[in-house]
Design a protein around this ligand. Structure first.
Ligand code: PGA
Length: 252
């Protein structure tokens, strides 16, 4: 059985105090549930990580960083290493988000290094892939997504690849209010799984969780999550309110 995951990517939002408040609210709502069949992940800015990891109930909520350095340690002012992230109690790192690719020029070779740093420190990478609007309009979306997988992940040995969570986030759907239709999401998720199966075999492909991200909200999460190859969501805007985020968690 693949893990069902709902991860909230707070991006550069929430003061320290508001972040702690939001994490506390979400933890309380999830704690009260009878069943815990969804892995709930909060991905706040770095400064929140240690405190949120301390206050949440780790058996029902996990913590992710939004990025890490490509280098293991040293004179890299302003950077945060995977080892430091691990020491906060976080368990996951989002790597390759399209905002990192677009605004910070992170390309597949750099992202490959970041994935290695995460794995070396026993952190699970949530690896983001997805095409630009122009790439979809020119019919290149499958090609782009395939090359993102190949260039950043497909040198990993099978035992390491098996630890990855993939997030498909079409760039044109992020923060725009435009969601991929349920059929578009399923089509791409099935393609991603097939691409993984071609490289690592069907059993591996069937075990990898593939999340959808891009304007996922309480009103569309149910339809998106009902697809056989959609194993959850990476949520931006709708993760900033406890009730909305909780409604998405309950959309399975
Ligand atoms: P959004 O962001 O839900 O606000 O579109 C998703 C993401 O960037 O992970």
């Amino acid at each position: 059985m693949r893990k069902k995951i709902v991860a909230g990517n707070w991006k550069m939002n929430n003061s320290f105090n508001r972040g702690i408040e939001l994490a506390t609210e979400i933890n309380k709502l999830v704690r009260k549930q009878d069943e815990h069949n969804v892995t709930v992940i909060l991905s706040p800015p770095y400064i929140h990580l240690a405190e949120i990891a301390r206050i949440i109930d780790k058996d029902v909520v996990s913590v992710a960083a939004q990025n890490c350095a490509a280098e293991p340690k040293g004179a890299f002012t302003g950077e945060v290493s995977a080892k430091m992230i691990k020491s906060t109690g976080a368990q996951y790192i989002i790597i390759g988000h399209s905002e990192r690719r677009q605004y910070y020029c992170e390309d597949n070779p750099v992202l490959k290094q970041k994935v290695l740093r995460a794995l070396e420190n026993s952190l699970t990478p949530i690896f983001c892939i997805g095409e630009l609007l122009s790439e979809r309009e020119s019919g290149n979306h499958f090609k782009v997504v395939k090359s993102q997988l190949e260039e950043a992940l497909f040198d990993l040995p099978a035992n390491a690849f098996g630890k990855i969570v993939v997030a498909y986030e079409p760039v044109w759907a992020i923060g725009t209010g435009v969601t991929a239709s349920s059929a578009q999401a399923q089509e791409m998720h099935a393609f991603i799984r097939l691409t993984i199966a071609d490289k690592y075999g069907k059993e591996m492909a069937d075990s990898i969780s593939i999340l959808y991200g891009g304007s996922c909200k309480p009103s569309n999460a149910k339809e998106l999550f009902a697809n056989p190859d959609v194993d959850g969501g990476l949520i931006g805007g709708a993760a900033l309110q406890a009730d909305d985020f909780f409604a998405i968690i309950n959309s399975f």
